[in-house]
Every structure is written in C-alpha cells, then in structure tokens.
Design a protein around this ligand. Structure first.
Ligand SMILES: [Zn+2]
Length: 542
C-alpha cells in the first residue's frame, strides 16, 4: 500500500491523506487550507489522482480544515462514499453549505475588482448549493462497528473526544496474507471537556498518523477552568461591563453555554448577578449547531446525560437568547453593560464578533474573554498580545477593556495528553507520522516521543509518499510538490509588505504627534538602500 500526505504537513490546516491499496483509493479527511491568501490558494491545487477515481473519503470530524474540500471533490467528479459518524454528518450538513456561502461571497468580492481591471473572472471553489448536494454521498457509520470496505480493507471509528461526532479511524489492510494496521487520529480531544466523552485509548497499531497541534504546549487552566470562567464573568458584571466571548460556532460555543448552565446550579448568592444577566448567542451558525448538539445526545458524557435524564436541557437556560437576524444583533451594540455575548468567528477575523469588539473594546468596564486558539496574524491574536489599538472596519479602536483568556477549553490535547495517549498502547506503533502542527510543535513532540517511548517518528512533507509493505521496512518516495516551494517566498513578500505598511502608519502618527529628526534620517537612509535592492528584486520577479 502507499500512503501520501496531501495536507496538514508542517501546518495545521488542509488535513488530507491518500491511502492506495491495490486499485482502491481512499482519502482520510479532505480538509480546506485556511489562513493567509497563499495558503488558501492551495485549495485549488489538484490531487495526484483524479477525484473520479477516489472510492471513499473517511472523515474524522466535521471541522472545515478536515472536511471543507469534500464538496470541491464532488464538483470535480467524485462519486464515491463519504463515511462519517451521524453527528459529524449532521454538522457537515451545516458547515459545508456555510463554507459554500463564504466561497461565493469572497469570489463575488474578488470578481468585482477583477471586472474593473478587465481580468478573467474566477469561479468559487464550490457553491452553497453544490455543498448541499454533496451531502447525498455521506454514509453514516456507528462508533465501534467494524466496517468491511473491500475484501482486504476494514475500518472502525472510535471516539476521539475532540468535537461532537469526532473519531479516530482504525484501518486494517490485508496484503500478501499479512495484516497491517494504521490509525489516523484526526484531532485528539482534551480530557474533561464539557458535554463530550473523553477520548478513547487504542491498544495497538503498526503505524500511527497523529496530530501535533499542541506538541510543544501545556494547557494551563484545564482543571479550574469553570471557576476561572465564573470569576471573570462575575467581576465584569459587578463593575457594570459586558462580557464578550469570541467563540467558534461549533463546539466551543455549546461548551460555554453548557458551562454557564452548570454554573447556574451553584448557590444562588454566589451567582445572583449571573442569573440576572442576559446571555446572547449571536451567530446563526452557532444557533443551528446548538440544535445539532441537542439532537445527538448519544455523544454526551455522563454528567451531561444526567441533566437530560433529569429533564433539564443542558444547552438551555431562562436567560439565554438567540439572535438570528442582523437587526437583532445590532440592538446588542447599544447595551452598555450587564450582558454576556457569545459570537463568532472565534479568531475575530469575520462575522458578528467584529461589531461587538468595535462597541466594547474601548469600554473600560467590559471584558473580552478568549476561550479558543488564536492563530498568528488574526485580530484575536493581536488583541490577546496586548495591542493598544486595533483597526476594525477601517476604524481605529482603543483597547481599554479587560483582556482575559482561558486555554483549558481547547479541543486539542496538550503534549502531556498526547504522550499519555501514546503511553496507553499495549503494542507500540513501529512508526509515528506527525501531522497537523507547526514545525516547532512537531519537532518538540517528535523528540519527546523518541525520548519517552523510543518510537521512530516521521514528519512528512506535502505530497510525500511512503510505501508500506507488510514484510519490509517502509520506504520513502520523495516527490514533494514543487509549487509548494512558492509559499515561503510569497509569505516573505507579504511579511515585508505588512512591515512597511505598519511603519508608514507609525510615521503618520509621529508626523501628527511630534517629529523625531534623527530617527527619520536613519529610516530614510535605510529605505534608500532598500529601494536600490528592490530594483534588482523586481527585475528578477518579472
Ligand atoms: Zn478539529
């Protein structure tokens, strides 16, 4: 068999691996590349095999970085089956059409510019409608059932505790009378996450394809997150501010609603202020996702089930309000204090959260409470890093609000969790392939795995293939995509561009506030040198 890594190699998005056994071609995840424009351009790159030749897509979970290119595969000729758990299928039914909407919207915006410039118009990766259509290819699988895909391939989905319906996928391949097992972890959950069952352990595998998002980090407040959450909320309400929680529409939002509901069972004198405070869920996608959570009770852990059995809906409480329309959302901007707003997107790059930040960042009494991962370069990261001013919708906003963060809600295990998970194997894997992490996290985790368990690790590059034969050592076939080498260069150019534009803004401020002659002369000299170099660079780039 041959295993080729097509995404999430030395990065955290675009999860996709191709497993070829004889003539059968299987993709494990088919995720979207997200982040900077040049990364997103990777979504258009063709697979090494025509989509019409792919027999199955095995989906670990519904997050777009794992599922987002399934409609694109369908548009390009894929007619096979997509295997996913019921909850993952329900969530894909929401997330994929939503992603189609975003593609259409973004292309429309780009095309308006291109039209004016007389350039060729672009097509969206897929439309809302096409994403809806591709859902007919989904086949629901139950956790723990062994499914015979072909005469020599069997698969089984096991709970990975990362999000509703998420799974590790065990794959058994029979070749030359001998069986080889591979396990694809997808994303491995954090333990003690509200609502969800903890990730299961797997006893044995020959090869492990493992995520490494937090391969170099430990979650600080995993155990006392509920207490920390309550304290931050109560302090803000006490001083008359709003609590603004940027949150991913699926997963984190429901966990936070659950956490608030649970807190309301504490002694009333402690949570009186919270009982009186309205909580607004301001994201249509999050509202629909909450419905999906309410319809998939079999994924709940014991505590959450207990609420349900006692007749309580753990994802509802008297003061919870859903704001679906844009007008309802706008009225929230007028509230000066005393409410809690949960809104998407989680990294503050798009969506309604930007309006709430615009109206609350400058208010000293308010709190912006981060409960999720903030990627580099995002507005969320800049606020968390202590920016004094940020630009939202072209307007400069002062950051006067309290900035708080709880990282114990992360959907990913930290390195202690990942190592603990590997430690539970009764028969250790021969090799561990590390995917879904940045270079630093992967290198760090790789060293820890070697130190602690003496297991060889491999950090594959994009489009790198490995031939795995039952009787022999695996062999590496390097034909990494040469187009991929463009990315670091484009990234560098973007960094230079960003740096120069930041400097221009800074100087503009100085020009108004006060002049520093010596500094200006120094910068001007350096710029002249750079300009000379630029002439050569631009010549080379022609
Ligand atoms: Zn995920």
């Amino acid at each position: 068999m041959k295993l080729t890594f097509l995404g999430a190699t030395r990065t955290v998005t675009g999860s996709c691996s191709l497993l070829e056994v004889g003539r059968t071609k299987i993709l494990i995840d088919c995720g979207m590349f997200q982040g900077r424009a040049q990364e997103e351009a990777m979504n258009e790159q063709p697979l090494p095999v025509p989509p019409s030749e792919v027999d199955y897509v095995l989906l670990t979970h519904a997050h777009i970085d794992h599922s987002g290119r399934v409609p694109w595969l369908y548009v390009n000729g894929f007619e096979g089956e997509v295997l996913a758990t019921k909850a993952a299928t329900d969530l894909c039914g929401l997330l994929l059409p939503d992603s189609g909407h975003i593609q259409e919207f973004e292309i429309e915006w780009k095309n308006r510019k291109r039209k004016r410039a007389g350039r060729k118009l672009l097509e969206p990766l897929y439309t809302h409608l096409q994403a809806q259509e591709c859902m007919k290819l989904f086949r629901t699988v139950a956790y723990d059932d062994k499914i015979q895909l072909t005469d020599n391939i069997t698969v089984r989905y096991r709970n990975s505790g990362h999000m509703l319906g998420s799974a590790f996928i065990e794959v058994w391949v029979r070749e030359d009378q001998k069986e080889t097992k591979l396990v694809f972890t997808g994303d491995i959950g954090n333990r003690d996450i509200p609502i969800l069952k903890d990730p299961e352990y797997i006893q044995e595998t020959d090869y492990l394809i493992m995520e490494s998002t937090y391969g170099d980090r430990i979650h600080q407040d995993r155990k006392n997150k509920a207490e920390k959450f309550l304290n931050i909320v109560l302090e803000t309400l006490d001083r008359g501010g709003n609590v603004i929680i940027p949150s991913f529409a699926v997963g984190r939002t429901q966990e936070i609603i659950y956490e608030i509901n649970k807190t309301l069972t504490f002694p009333p004198e402690k949570v009186k202020k919270l009982m009186d405070a309205p909580v607004y869920l301001d994201s249509p996608l999050a509202i629909s996702a909450t419905e999906v959570y309410r319809n998939n009770l079999e994924c709940y852990d014991e505590e959450a089930r207990c609420y349900v059995e006692n007749g309580d809906n753990p994802l509802d409480f008297p003061n919870l309000h859903f704001t679906r329309t844009a007008d309802e959302s706008k009225t929230l901007n007028k509230i000066a204090g005393g409410c809690i707003v949960i809104s998407a997107s989680g990294m503050c790059e798009a969506g309604r959260i930007k309006h709430h930040l615009k109206h609350n960042l400058w208010r000293e009494k308010s709190t912006i409470l981060f409960v999720g991962y903030q990627a580099e370069g995002t507005l969320g990261q800049r606020i968390l890093d202590g920016a004094k001013k940020v630009k939202i919708f072209g307007e400069e906003i002062s950051v006067n609000a309290q900035i708080e963060s709880i990282d114990g809600y992360s959907g990913h295990a930290d390195y202690v969790g990942l190592l603990d998970w590997i430690g539970k194997f009764e028969h250790k894997p021969k090799r561990i392939f590390l995917v879904h992490g940045n270079e630093k996290a992967m290198t760090s985790l790789s060293e820890k795995i070697k130190d602690e368990y003496s297991i060889e690790t491999i950090i594959p590059s994009r489009e790198e293939s490995f031939v795995i034969e039952a009787q022999r050592e695996i062999s590496r076939e390097i034909h990494a995509d040469r187009r991929f080498r463009y990315l670091p260069v484009i990234n560098l150019l973007e960094d230079v561009k960003e740096g120069i534009s930041d400097m221009a803004e800074l100087l503009m401020d100085e020009m108004i506030e006060g002049v520093d002659d010596k500094r200006l002369t120094d910068i001007s000299k350096k710029l002249k040198l750079l300009q000379k170099e630029m002439v050569g660079l631009l010549e080379a780039g022609k």
